[in-house]
Design a protein around this ligand. Structure first.
Ligand SMILES: [Zn+2]
Length: 341
């Protein structure tokens, strides 16, 4: 497997996160990058740096003003008196409030969904580098069949104009848009992270040239709460081109793999010219914030089924949090994918 990664991923290292009323160490830590990178290297995969494709592939799915905000926020931090080591707010725009304030602090609340995405000194290089990994993996998948982007921070909760759920730039959506531009489409995204890929759904919801399929834990009592239900099937020209496959909490390999197969059947029906897999590993039975009970064999089984689809495939890292099984589940997935291709 060709793997694209950048040490810049470790430059975003949030410390704190509010969970159920308590500040805890942030689950999306920079050490995730080193753990996944070292596991992939030890397993003998070919690692390389991404190319620098600039901002155009990012702006293909993200609002230009939002991208500028992310890129410039840290250099504008003096505009927020008393700021410590990160830019964050406790005041967020609600759907009933539509004005775009001039001040930086107001922009933070406009462009973020929650408090999980602080902007720190190294945030922009980390998210920019991850996006470049996604673009480079999309190109490589079209050229050679498949590639893996070790993106960190993850991306699938980021909408066109908002961060949230640990995500800033939607790497999976950026990869899909890259494949779409190169092939003319259609292309498909299969998201197997334990959380619904709400940002990805939002970006492509009214489009039929990018099919979005997400297999995840039922959001009725689980993040992202406000999207991810089975009756969300797309809108306007995209009607019928979004598929959600929520599973009851605690579901294991059997129902999870059945849902992955159903997702792949929807993908096959679209006859896409490329596939992006939003590869979260937090469906693991060992994940500290997961809600499903997928085993290492389950991840290998998903990899086999995805590989057998025979499509140019870009694997894009999404969630998967600190536990002993995290690197094992990645290497099991990559090995099974390689063996089945
Ligand atoms: Zn997740």
């Amino acid at each position: 497997m060709r793997i694209f990664h950048t040490p810049d991923s470790a430059r975003h290292d949030p410390e704190r996160y509010w969970r159920r009323g308590t500040p805890i160490p942030h689950p999306e830590q920079a050490s995730r990058y080193a753990i996944l990178q070292e596991a992939a290297q030890a397993a003998g995969h070919g690692l390389a740096a991404p190319g620098d494709h600039g901002l155009d592939p990012i702006r293909a799915v993200h609002d230009a003003d939002y991208v500028t905000f992310l890129a410039e926020a840290w250099t504008r931090r003096a505009e927020i008196p008393g700021l410590a080591d990160e830019i964050l707010t406790g005041a967020f725009a609600r759907p009933q409030m539509h004005r775009k304030p001039a001040g930086l602090l107001g922009r933070v609340g406009l462009y973020m969904a929650d408090t999980s995405t602080p902007i720190r000194a190294g945030t922009w290089p980390a998210v920019y580098g991850s996006a470049q990994c996604a673009v480079t993996a999309a190109d490589a998948a079209l050229e050679t069949g498949h590639a893996y982007a070790l993106c960190r921070p993850p991306g699938h909760h980021a909408y066109a104009d908002s961060a949230g759920g640990f995500c800033f730039l939607n790497n999976s959506a950026i990869a899909a848009a890259r494949m779409l531009a190169a092939t003319g489409g259609p292309v498909a995204i299969l998201d197997i992270d334990v959380h619904h890929g709400n940002g990805t759904q939002g970006i492509f919801y009214a489009r039929r040239d990018v099919l979005t399929v997400s297999v995840h834990a039922d959001p009725s009592d689980y993040f992202p709460f406000y999207a991810g239900y089975a009756d969300e099937t797309g809108a306007d020209a995209g009607a019928g081109f979004n598929r959600n496959l929520p599973l009851p909490p605690g579901s294991g390999d059997g129902p999870w793999l059945e849902a992955v197969e159903a997702g792949l059947a929807a993908v096959a029906a679209q006859e896409p010219r490329g596939l992006v897999v939003a590869l979260g590993l937090d469906a693991s039975e060992d994940d500290p914030i997961g809600a499903l009970r997928v085993t290492r064999a389950g991840f290998a089984g998903a990899a086999e089924r995805i590989a057998r689809a025979g499509l140019p495939t870009a694997l894009v890292q999404e969630g998967g949090y600190l536990c002993a099984a995290l690197p094992e589940n990645l290497t099991a997935f990559l090995a099974a994918f390689d063996a089945a291709r």
